[in-house]
Write a protein that binds this ligand. Structure first.
Ligand code: TXA
Ligand code: MG
Length: 325
């Protein structure tokens, strides 16, 4: 898919005029505004229904612009940026003066990334500035991985939707805090912990459950309407059939090792064996089961290695406080 120049120009014009543009990235669709326009940034929070204290990510066109948006660039940040940008990695650094406090939820740090999608890069280049953008969904719900997901969820609240096809990665970026002595992962995502550790040459702490450092991460995030119940892979079929017998409209995430198992449920998703394919499909599967009228989704967690770590994190958050049931 190639971007029409007229669409990119239109989107850049909307940003310049203080409007909101939904745009594709390699991870999920973002709801973008001019990062330096406090009024436009404030509108993002209104449209999403997101509390103003939850900081946003500033998207920039290349690693060479990082110094324009942050107070200083430590060697670790430079190394990670050079290796993983453009790509699904977000770095948390000390906020530069260009970034309004509206975008950081009042924090003196700022999250920055260079998205790896030709439309996003073309838009950043045409616009010329930074685009602050959360995922283009209502607060707490499942992130959009197609333009239709955005239209269905946000409709007229967005001034322009730039359609770049389905997102390649499918889960959000990995967030790494590089403000301290030792970098730490605040949210697992599209760049794996193993790849980060290989570049850094040391083990990385994953603080994905810390609510203090990542206020946007709390239980019942990335959640479909249906209740999500997590069980061991070998119990998925029995649990689903029991709930269906009890009168639920059950959606099943059938693990790859049980792909051929017959299961009496309302809707069945065969979970892909490849973690890349699972990540790419995850949010679409959750939306599909909602759309088909499921009120309960039975799933299991993948092995928490590689992209499996991010998938497991999203499933746990979709299940919310009931995850351990
Ligand atoms: O892949 C992605 O990261 C997508 C695409 C659109 O780039 N964006 C995304 O944005 O997932 P959002 O707003 O849904 O999630 C941003 C996360 C939140 O959990 C927020 O708390 C965290 O980034 N964050 C932003 N600024 C931060 C900061 N200064 N310190 C710690 N966490 C921060
Ligand atoms: Mg989000």
């Amino acid at each position: 898919m190639t971007a029409r120049t007229s669409d990119i120009e239109k989107a850049a014009g909307v940003l310049r005029a203080g409007g909101l543009v939904a745009f594709p990235t390699e991870t999920v669709y973002g709801l973008g505004a001019n990062a330096e326009d406090p009024a436009a940034v404030t509108r993002i929070f209104q449209v999403k229904g997101r509390p103003p204290s939850h900081p946003l990510i500033v998207h920039i066109g290349g690693a060479e612009h990082l110094g324009d948006w942050v107070e200083d660039v430590p060697a670790t940040a430079r190394l990670l940026a050079e290796r993983f940008w453009p790509g699904p990695l977000t770095l948390v650094l000390r906020r530069g003066r260009r970034v309004p406090l509206e975008a950081t939820g009042g924090l003196e740090t700022v999250a920055v990334r260079v998205p790896d999608h030709p439309f996003a890069l073309a838009l950043l280049s045409a616009f010329g500035g930074g685009i602050t953008a959360p995922s283009a969904n209502r607060f707490g719900s499942v992130s959009p991985t197609t333009a239709n997901h955005v239209r269905a969820e946000l409709g007229d609240a967005v001034d322009f939707v730039l359609d770049g096809g389905p997102c390649e990665v499918g889960v959000e970026s990995t967030i790494v805090d590089v403000t301290g002595e030792i970098p730490s992962v605040l949210r697992p995502g599209g760049v794996t912990r193993e790849d980060l550790e290989a570049v850094l040459g040391c083990p990385l702490a994953v603080h994905a459950t810390s609510r203090v450092r990542v206020p946007g991460q709390h239980p019942s995030h990335y959640a479909p309407r249906a209740r999500v119940v997590l069980v061991e892979p070998e119990k998925v079929v029995a649990e689903a059939e029991l709930a269906q017998e009890l009168g639920h409209q059950v959606g099943v995430f059938l693990p790859p090792s049980f792909a051929d198992a017959p299961v009496k449920a309302h809707a069945v998703v065969a979970v892909p064996g490849s973690m890349a394919a699972y990540a790419r499909g995850l949010y679409g599967f959750l939306r599909e089961l909602d759309q088909r009228g499921c009120d309960l989704i039975v799933a299991s967690l993948p092995v928490e290695e590689g992209l499996g770590l991010a998938i497991a994190n999203r499933l746990r958050r979709a299940a919310g406080p009931r995850a351990s049931e």
